[in-house]
Design a protein around this ligand. Structure first.
Ligand code: RIB
Length: 302
């Protein structure tokens, strides 16, 4: 089986449910508090592994209890943690509130994630060499991401960038991305095109394609997802489910895509699979607590 290397963040998510999002200056009483392993990188690695991928994780945790728990969960999910380093200091933490509409608001304190350097990528280069696909997000230092993408392309790997949380990216980064998986807001930020309709998505995607991205899959939440390359555009509708928490839906979607594409599935098949995974993910609370495995996908009545 072709390997997948996920490079990115590991956070402990501190989650509270609220009736509605707090306003500026407001104190709210929420309900149950939960500590749930997360981080966009960790979530994508766990998703890929639960869905049948052979996965390496490159990242950093702190030498605290959260770091231990994050590593333990990755190992329990059969993610290869040989290249997850433990750093002096705190692990990444995400403060998450989830409202009654299943929407979330997230603030991340990056901790050890921001200590991942270009030298660390060199130290972990064997994980990239052994993998066919490299998956990256934007919760680690941008210079490290740029370097990791450059190295991955030099080594002939297929690169997937999930541009979350979105920031403007330099052309040097974008040119090394084979598949970009933004949501509409992220695509707006990356392209500078404001998006109000499907034509705007096309315009924004073309901006990215002109900068060197080969393919885009734009996730549209409960509406579905849209594939675009320089010649084609294909829409895939989403599966309707009762959503309780959208945390990690995008991560599990990207993780699922990486597995399906590394198994040489067509874009259409990969999007179909990832849509099911994203849909099932929102039916449960939390990040790594909500990511389905292959059995869940095969046995759910969509
Ligand atoms: O995408 C969801 C993730 O974003 C959470 O698990 C949180 O840790 C933040 O990284």
């Amino acid at each position: 089986m072709e390997k997948i290397c996920v490079i990115g963040s590991l956070n402990m998510d501190l989650v509270v449910n609220v009736c509605e999002m707090p306003k500026k200056g407001q104190t709210l009483i929420g309900s149950k508090f939960r500590e749930i392993p997360g981080g966009k990188g960790g979530n994508q690695a766990v998703a890929a592994s639960r869905l049948g991928g052979d996965v390496y994780m490159i990242g950093k945790v702190g030498n605290d209890g959260f770091g231990e728990s994050l590593l333990k969960q990755l190992k329990a999910d059969n993610v290869n943690t040989k290249y997850v380093q433990v750093e002096e200091g705190p692990s990444g933490v995400a403060l998450i509130t989830v409202d009654e509409n299943a929407e979330n608001a997230i603030v991340v304190s990056p901790g050890a994630n921001f200590k991942l350097t270009e030298t660390d990528i060199d130290k972990c280069i064997d994980a990239i060499k052994e993998s066919a696909t490299v998956v990256i997000q934007l919760e680690t230092p941008i210079d490290t991401i740029k370097y990791a993408l450059e190295k991955s392309k030099e080594l002939g790997k297929f690169t997937i960038l999930n541009p979350a949380p979105a920031v403007k990216l330099s052309d040097d980064i974008i040119k090394n991305v084979d598949l970009l998986t933004p949501n509409e807001t992220e695509l707006e930020i990356l392209s500078g095109v404001s998006i109000n309709c499907e034509d705007d998505i096309k315009k924004a995607a073309n901006v990215m394609i002109e900068k060197g991205v080969k393919q885009l899959i734009v996730t549209l939440g409960s509406k579905g997802s849209l594939y675009l390359d320089k010649d084609t555009m294909e829409f895939k509708k989403s599966y309707k489910v009762d959503a309780v928490d959208t945390t990690a839906a995008g991560d599990s979607y990207t993780g699922a895509l990486s597995v399906a594409l590394s198994q040489n599935k067509s874009i259409d098949e990969a999007m179909e699979f990832a849509s099911k995974v994203g849909a099932l993910c929102v039916t449960k609370v939390g990040a790594q607590t909500s990511i389905p495995n292959l059995y869940d996908i095969e046995n759910y009545k969509f």
